[in-house]
Design a protein around this ligand. Structure first.
Ligand SMILES: [Ca+2]
Length: 245
Protein backbone atom coordinates (compact mmCIF):
# COMPACT_ATOMS: atom_id res chain seq x y z
CA UNK A 1 0.00 0.00 0.00
CA UNK A 2 2.67 2.42 0.94
CA UNK A 3 5.54 1.83 -1.39
CA UNK A 4 4.26 -0.37 -4.15
CA UNK A 5 3.14 1.92 -6.91
CA UNK A 6 6.52 2.97 -8.20
CA UNK A 7 7.74 -0.62 -8.33
CA UNK A 8 5.02 -1.95 -10.59
CA UNK A 9 5.78 -0.37 -13.92
CA UNK A 10 7.86 -3.33 -15.07
CA UNK A 11 5.64 -6.02 -13.66
CA UNK A 12 4.15 -8.26 -16.29
CA UNK A 13 0.40 -8.63 -16.45
CA UNK A 14 -0.67 -12.25 -16.28
CA UNK A 15 -4.01 -13.59 -17.27
CA UNK A 16 -6.53 -14.60 -14.65
CA UNK A 17 -8.89 -17.51 -15.15
CA UNK A 18 -11.92 -16.89 -13.04
CA UNK A 19 -14.45 -19.74 -12.83
CA UNK A 20 -14.78 -21.07 -9.31
CA UNK A 21 -14.67 -24.73 -8.47
CA UNK A 22 -18.28 -25.55 -7.73
CA UNK A 23 -17.12 -27.68 -4.79
CA UNK A 24 -15.81 -24.56 -3.05
CA UNK A 25 -18.94 -23.81 -1.09
CA UNK A 26 -19.22 -20.52 0.70
CA UNK A 27 -17.90 -20.90 4.23
CA UNK A 28 -16.34 -24.32 3.64
CA UNK A 29 -12.81 -22.95 3.77
CA UNK A 30 -10.52 -20.59 1.90
CA UNK A 31 -11.25 -20.87 -1.80
CA UNK A 32 -8.67 -22.91 -3.66
CA UNK A 33 -6.11 -23.05 -0.82
CA UNK A 34 -5.07 -26.67 -0.16
CA UNK A 35 -5.26 -28.13 3.31
CA UNK A 36 -7.72 -28.74 6.11
CA UNK A 37 -8.70 -25.42 7.66
CA UNK A 38 -10.75 -24.29 10.61
CA UNK A 39 -12.27 -20.84 10.80
CA UNK A 40 -10.44 -18.71 13.37
CA UNK A 41 -11.87 -15.20 12.96
CA UNK A 42 -14.33 -13.51 10.63
CA UNK A 43 -16.80 -10.71 10.13
CA UNK A 44 -19.79 -11.36 7.87
CA UNK A 45 -20.99 -7.73 8.20
CA UNK A 46 -24.50 -8.85 9.09
CA UNK A 47 -25.27 -6.06 11.57
CA UNK A 48 -26.33 -2.45 11.15
CA UNK A 49 -23.01 -0.72 11.80
CA UNK A 50 -19.30 -1.45 11.88
CA UNK A 51 -18.60 -3.65 14.92
CA UNK A 52 -16.09 -1.70 16.98
CA UNK A 53 -15.23 -4.86 18.91
CA UNK A 54 -12.98 -6.32 16.21
CA UNK A 55 -12.36 -3.17 14.17
CA UNK A 56 -10.74 0.21 14.38
CA UNK A 57 -12.38 2.68 12.01
CA UNK A 58 -9.31 4.47 10.79
CA UNK A 59 -8.99 8.23 10.83
CA UNK A 60 -5.45 8.69 9.66
CA UNK A 61 -4.11 10.21 6.45
CA UNK A 62 -3.01 7.28 4.25
CA UNK A 63 0.39 7.61 2.60
CA UNK A 64 0.39 7.72 -1.19
CA UNK A 65 -3.28 8.72 -1.28
CA UNK A 66 -5.19 11.98 -1.66
CA UNK A 67 -8.04 11.16 0.73
CA UNK A 68 -8.58 11.21 4.45
CA UNK A 69 -10.47 8.47 6.28
CA UNK A 70 -13.54 9.31 8.31
CA UNK A 71 -15.48 6.89 10.48
CA UNK A 72 -18.75 8.01 8.86
CA UNK A 73 -17.57 6.62 5.50
CA UNK A 74 -17.48 2.99 6.80
CA UNK A 75 -21.00 1.60 7.14
CA UNK A 76 -22.69 -1.80 7.39
CA UNK A 77 -26.04 -2.64 5.79
CA UNK A 78 -27.60 -5.41 3.74
CA UNK A 79 -24.99 -7.93 4.88
CA UNK A 80 -22.16 -5.81 3.50
CA UNK A 81 -19.46 -3.45 4.67
CA UNK A 82 -19.58 -0.27 2.59
CA UNK A 83 -16.42 1.83 2.28
CA UNK A 84 -17.64 5.00 0.60
CA UNK A 85 -15.29 7.35 -1.22
CA UNK A 86 -16.62 10.85 -1.90
CA UNK A 87 -15.22 14.05 -3.39
CA UNK A 88 -15.48 16.22 -0.32
CA UNK A 89 -12.72 18.18 1.34
CA UNK A 90 -11.86 16.74 4.71
CA UNK A 91 -9.35 17.40 7.44
CA UNK A 92 -7.77 14.11 8.39
CA UNK A 93 -8.42 12.99 11.94
CA UNK A 94 -4.89 13.65 13.12
CA UNK A 95 -5.42 17.28 12.09
CA UNK A 96 -2.25 17.39 10.04
CA UNK A 97 -3.67 17.58 6.52
CA UNK A 98 -6.68 18.66 4.49
CA UNK A 99 -7.40 16.56 1.42
CA UNK A 100 -9.95 16.73 -1.43
CA UNK A 101 -11.48 13.26 -0.90
CA UNK A 102 -12.83 11.38 2.11
CA UNK A 103 -13.34 7.62 2.39
CA UNK A 104 -13.71 4.61 4.65
CA UNK A 105 -11.27 2.09 6.11
CA UNK A 106 -11.40 -0.64 8.74
CA UNK A 107 -8.37 -2.10 10.51
CA UNK A 108 -8.60 -5.22 12.69
CA UNK A 109 -7.64 -4.90 16.35
CA UNK A 110 -6.50 -8.53 16.37
CA UNK A 111 -3.12 -9.46 14.92
CA UNK A 112 -2.32 -12.69 13.12
CA UNK A 113 0.89 -14.60 12.57
CA UNK A 114 -0.01 -17.04 9.79
CA UNK A 115 -2.94 -18.83 8.14
CA UNK A 116 -5.36 -18.21 5.32
CA UNK A 117 -7.12 -14.89 4.74
CA UNK A 118 -9.96 -14.14 2.36
CA UNK A 119 -12.30 -11.24 1.60
CA UNK A 120 -15.16 -11.17 -0.90
CA UNK A 121 -15.28 -7.72 -2.46
CA UNK A 122 -17.39 -5.85 -5.01
CA UNK A 123 -14.89 -3.66 -6.83
CA UNK A 124 -16.10 -0.43 -8.48
CA UNK A 125 -15.12 -0.09 -12.14
CA UNK A 126 -13.74 2.80 -14.16
CA UNK A 127 -13.90 3.29 -17.95
CA UNK A 128 -11.68 0.96 -19.95
CA UNK A 129 -12.30 -1.96 -17.63
CA UNK A 130 -9.99 -0.51 -14.96
CA UNK A 131 -10.44 -0.63 -11.22
CA UNK A 132 -11.73 2.66 -9.91
CA UNK A 133 -9.63 4.53 -7.34
CA UNK A 134 -7.15 2.70 -5.04
CA UNK A 135 -8.91 -0.02 -3.03
CA UNK A 136 -6.99 -2.65 -1.06
CA UNK A 137 -7.10 -5.69 1.22
CA UNK A 138 -3.82 -6.02 3.08
CA UNK A 139 -1.99 -6.97 6.26
CA UNK A 140 0.32 -4.55 8.02
CA UNK A 141 2.44 -3.83 11.06
CA UNK A 142 4.84 -0.97 10.44
CA UNK A 143 7.65 -0.41 11.06
CA UNK A 144 8.88 -3.64 12.62
CA UNK A 145 7.19 -6.36 10.55
CA UNK A 146 6.16 -4.81 7.25
CA UNK A 147 3.17 -5.52 5.08
CA UNK A 148 1.50 -8.14 2.92
CA UNK A 149 -0.60 -6.69 0.13
CA UNK A 150 -3.08 -9.43 -0.77
CA UNK A 151 -4.86 -7.23 -3.28
CA UNK A 152 -4.51 -3.65 -4.46
CA UNK A 153 -6.43 -2.05 -7.31
CA UNK A 154 -3.80 -0.10 -9.24
CA UNK A 155 -5.40 1.43 -12.34
CA UNK A 156 -3.56 0.26 -15.49
CA UNK A 157 -1.49 -2.26 -13.51
CA UNK A 158 -4.63 -4.18 -12.55
CA UNK A 159 -5.08 -6.31 -9.44
CA UNK A 160 -1.75 -6.58 -7.68
CA UNK A 161 -0.05 -8.37 -4.80
CA UNK A 162 3.24 -7.76 -3.02
CA UNK A 163 5.07 -8.21 0.25
CA UNK A 164 7.24 -5.75 2.15
CA UNK A 165 9.02 -7.72 4.90
CA UNK A 166 11.18 -5.59 7.19
CA UNK A 167 14.02 -4.85 7.42
CA UNK A 168 15.01 -6.49 4.11
CA UNK A 169 12.21 -5.38 1.79
CA UNK A 170 12.88 -6.60 -1.74
CA UNK A 171 9.32 -5.96 -2.92
CA UNK A 172 8.45 -9.13 -4.81
CA UNK A 173 5.19 -8.36 -6.57
CA UNK A 174 2.90 -9.26 -9.42
CA UNK A 175 -0.33 -8.24 -11.07
CA UNK A 176 -3.29 -9.85 -12.79
CA UNK A 177 -5.85 -8.30 -15.09
CA UNK A 178 -8.16 -5.82 -13.37
CA UNK A 179 -10.89 -7.48 -11.32
CA UNK A 180 -14.05 -5.41 -11.11
CA UNK A 181 -17.36 -6.58 -9.69
CA UNK A 182 -17.53 -9.39 -7.14
CA UNK A 183 -14.34 -11.39 -6.46
CA UNK A 184 -12.58 -13.19 -3.65
CA UNK A 185 -9.05 -12.14 -2.71
CA UNK A 186 -7.12 -14.52 -0.48
CA UNK A 187 -3.69 -15.56 0.67
CA UNK A 188 -1.97 -18.28 2.62
CA UNK A 189 0.74 -16.85 4.85
CA UNK A 190 3.24 -19.43 6.05
CA UNK A 191 5.21 -17.78 8.86
CA UNK A 192 8.84 -17.25 8.03
CA UNK A 193 8.50 -18.85 4.60
CA UNK A 194 6.13 -17.50 1.97
CA UNK A 195 2.88 -15.87 0.97
CA UNK A 196 0.73 -17.51 -1.72
CA UNK A 197 -1.96 -15.31 -3.25
CA UNK A 198 -5.31 -16.63 -4.50
CA UNK A 199 -7.85 -14.67 -6.55
CA UNK A 200 -11.23 -16.36 -7.03
CA UNK A 201 -9.80 -19.63 -5.74
CA UNK A 202 -6.88 -19.70 -8.16
CA UNK A 203 -3.27 -19.18 -7.07
CA UNK A 204 -1.90 -16.17 -8.93
CA UNK A 205 1.35 -15.48 -7.10
CA UNK A 206 3.83 -16.88 -4.59
CA UNK A 207 6.36 -14.74 -2.74
CA UNK A 208 9.00 -15.47 -0.11
CA UNK A 209 8.29 -14.03 3.33
CA UNK A 210 11.43 -13.17 5.28
CA UNK A 211 9.91 -10.86 7.85
CA UNK A 212 8.44 -11.35 11.27
CA UNK A 213 4.97 -12.11 12.45
CA UNK A 214 1.86 -10.43 13.87
CA UNK A 215 0.08 -8.22 11.37
CA UNK A 216 -3.51 -7.01 11.24
CA UNK A 217 -5.82 -6.97 8.20
CA UNK A 218 -7.03 -3.73 6.64
CA UNK A 219 -9.73 -3.02 4.07
CA UNK A 220 -9.82 0.44 2.56
CA UNK A 221 -11.06 2.42 -0.41
CA UNK A 222 -8.38 5.02 -1.00
CA UNK A 223 -7.75 7.23 -4.03
CA UNK A 224 -4.43 8.44 -5.42
CA UNK A 225 -3.54 11.08 -7.97
CA UNK A 226 -2.66 8.30 -10.47
CA UNK A 227 -6.01 6.53 -9.99
CA UNK A 228 -8.87 6.20 -12.43
CA UNK A 229 -11.00 8.38 -10.17
CA UNK A 230 -14.70 7.58 -9.94
CA UNK A 231 -16.74 9.21 -7.16
CA UNK A 232 -18.80 8.49 -5.26
CA UNK A 233 -17.56 4.88 -5.10
CA UNK A 234 -18.85 2.23 -2.72
CA UNK A 235 -16.38 -0.62 -2.12
CA UNK A 236 -18.57 -3.43 -0.79
CA UNK A 237 -17.23 -6.30 1.31
CA UNK A 238 -19.36 -9.39 1.93
CA UNK A 239 -16.99 -10.91 4.49
CA UNK A 240 -13.43 -11.16 5.71
CA UNK A 241 -12.26 -14.47 7.20
CA UNK A 242 -9.15 -16.03 8.70
CA UNK A 243 -8.53 -19.76 8.99
CA UNK A 244 -5.84 -21.81 10.65
CA UNK A 245 -4.65 -25.35 9.93
CA1 LIG B 1 -21.90 -10.56 4.42
Amino acid sequence: MTLLRCSLAAVAIVSLALPLDASQKDGAGPKGIPGVWSLDWSDEFSGTQVDLGPWNVAGHAPSGAINCYDSNQARVSGGLLHLILEHRTDTCADGSQTRPYVSGSVSAKKTFTAGAFEARVNVPAAPGGLIANFPAFWLVAWPAVGEIDIWEGLAESGSCWSVHPQPNDQEPAGCAAPTTGWHTFGAEWTAGKRVDVYYDGRMVGSMPWTGGAAQYPVLDNAVADWSSIIVPADLQVDYVRHWIK
